[in-house]
Design a protein around this ligand. Structure first.
Ligand code: NAD
Length: 498
């Protein structure tokens, strides 16, 4: 059985905590690897290594750091296929979907290649008599990242390329469910020439996370995962004096206006609702058609599409979606379908009985479609994170807007319409961080920043892009004067321009 170990100070280090987690291939249900779960002492050791590597790395010119980043980008591009295979084997998503994930991760590395410009500060001459001022952004020290299972390569790449480009050293704690892709990427990072200790990977669970949240030598924590854990990470990390950005769960709605092209809207809902088996924080899980006629037309288009979904393992190049990530998660998703039926939603396509020949032990769930879902139902309120789309019929645009604004999550949303005025008003008034106008999955490109509103993000900074640079640095402002500009005598009044 393959054993997956930590990478600390440039070396592979096996945990001797005695605690392990099994890693599975979700398409077959077979265990594929064993993961050592780090003890608190092992995580503390990784923090010490990252702290020791910081001073030299902080003082490395940004241009040199950028050159390593360029090399890293080249290696990622050359190895995209290998990384995608590592993702699919443990996550279950299709190969093309995994390649898309890698491509979006590489874009963040490309952005980080521009770090010499991104770190440039501001300068002003003569802010007072013979006094000049400049400000620049400096790294924080050791930064930690804690990541979810659903984008095992991309979400870590949202974090550490920018953080280390800014001059920080980094500890990454990946998801226990699909840790292999991180290790493939780590090897490429090493090959790119980054010094030992700049990036360290510790595997583990709550025990490891708690050390990262409380240790005085960790200065900031980036987290992406479910909302209850994001809230815990935010409150614990900030209570220990750290800067924290904690991105949480989602329930993304897509409004379909009566004037929308119904085929385009239905196709968009298919990709956004069922791609990656619905396990995306930007998945659309609620369709909101406006008016009964629109709803009837949309549902009529969706039913045959959901029934025809091609479901299979990542090795099947025709598959449009794969299994969900674990047996436990499969049971959870099936439980939500039972609950939706019990609470009175109309089950139009039922994915519960789905089975694939040759893969009977895989964690497959068939595409599921509910109609006439209402605000008070559990399947509407909670994030299911599976291939289950709910149709909530709204009588008018204002009702749809309130529905979204009243929801506890505010990650992504979309509107499908031909009406520019409606689209503009929607973008203005919707209380959601990422908005698509005829774009179902509006994940911002790498030179913008990613982040939701409400209980989808705890903290003040979105992730990657310019916000990523701000999160990973702190501002310093220096005021300078030289002896020729200094007047004789002590001054007891508060310094001013005169
Ligand atoms: P999760 O919250 O279970 O796990 C995320 C990380 O937290 C993992 O590294 C895990 O080891 C750690 N963790 C789990 N329980 C913990 C505990 N009790 N104490 C401390 N650490 C703990 O999330 P997941 O199931 O891996 O990922 C899916 C979730 O992530 C979904 O809710 C999804 O919406 C969300 N997500 C959000 C975004 C976003 O950008 N907002 C992006 C991707 C995923």
């Amino acid at each position: 059985m393959e054993r997956i170990n930590n990478a600390i100070g440039g070396r592979e280090v096996a945990s001797n905590s005695g605690r392990v987690a099994a890693v599975y291939n979700p398409a077959t249900g077979e265990q594929s690897a064993e993961l050592g779960l780090s003890s608190a002492a092992e995580v503390a050791e990784a923090i010490a290594v990252a702290k020791a590597a910081f001073p030299e790395w902080r003082d490395t010119p940004p241009l040199k750091r950028a050159r390593m980043m360029f090399k890293f980008k080249e290696l990622l591009t050359a190895n995209a296929d290998r990384i995608a295979r590592a993702i699919s084997k443990e996550h279950g998503k299709t190969h093309d979907d995994a390649l898309g994930e890698v491509a979006r991760g590489i874009e963040v590395v490309e952005y980080a290649c521009g770090i010499p410009s991104l770190l440039k500060g501001e300068f002003a001459r003569n802010v007072g008599p013979a006094i000049d001022s400049y400000s620049d952004r400096q790294p924080l020290g050791v930064v930690a990242g804690i990541t979810p299972f659903n984008f095992p390569a991309m979400v870590p790449l949202w974090m550490y390329p920018i953080s280390v480009a800014c001059g920080n050293t980094f500890i990454l704690k990946p998801s226990e469910r699909d840790p292999s892709a991180v290790m493939v990427v780590y090897e490429l990072f090493k090959e790119a020439g980054f010094p030992d200790g700049v990036l360290n990977v510790v595997h583990g669970d709550k025990e490891a996370v708690d050390v990262l949240l409380t240790h005085p030598d960790v200065k900031a924590v980036s987290f992406v995962g479910s909302t209850p854990i994001a809230e815990y990470v935010y409150s614990t990390g900030t209570a220990h004096g750290k800067r924290v950005q904690a991105l949480g769960g989602a329930k993304n709605h897509m409004i379909v206006m009566p004037d929308a092209d119904m085929d385009q809207a239905a196709d968009a809902l298919m990709g956004a609702g069922y791609g990656s088996a619905g396990e995306r924080c930007m998945a659309v899980s609620v369709a909101v058609p406006i008016g009964e006629k629109t709803a009837d037309k949309l549902v009529e288009k969706l039913i045959p599409r959901v029934q025809a979904l091609k479901i299979g393992p990542a090795t099947d190049s025709d598959a449009e979606m794969g299994p969900v990530v674990t047996e436990q998660h499969k049971r959870k998703v099936l439980g939500y379908i039972d609950q939706g039926e019990k609470e009175g939603a109309e089950l139009l396509v039922d994915g519960r009985g789905f089975s694939l020949q040759g893969y009977e032990n895989g964690y497959f769930v068939g595409g599921t479609l509910f109609d006439r879902v209402t605000k008070d139902m559990t399947i509407y309120k909670e994030e299911i994170f599976g291939p289950v789309l709910s149709v909530v019929r709204a009588s008018g645009y204002e009702e749809a807007l309130s529905l979204i604004n009243d929801h506890e999550y505010g990650n992504g949303t979309a509107i499908f319409t031909r009406d520019g005025d409606a689209a503009r008003a929607f973008a203005d008034r919707i209380e959601v961080g990422m908005v698509g106008i005829n774009v179902p999955i509006p994940v911002p490109v790498a030179y913008f920043s990613f982040g939701g509103w409400k209980r989808s993000l705890f903290g003040d900074h979105s992730i990657y892009g310019p916000e990523g640079v701000r999160f990973n640095t702190r501002l310093k402002t220096v005021t300078t004067r030289w002896p020729a500009g200094i007047k004789e005598g002590a001054v007891y009044t508060f310094p001013s321009m005169d």
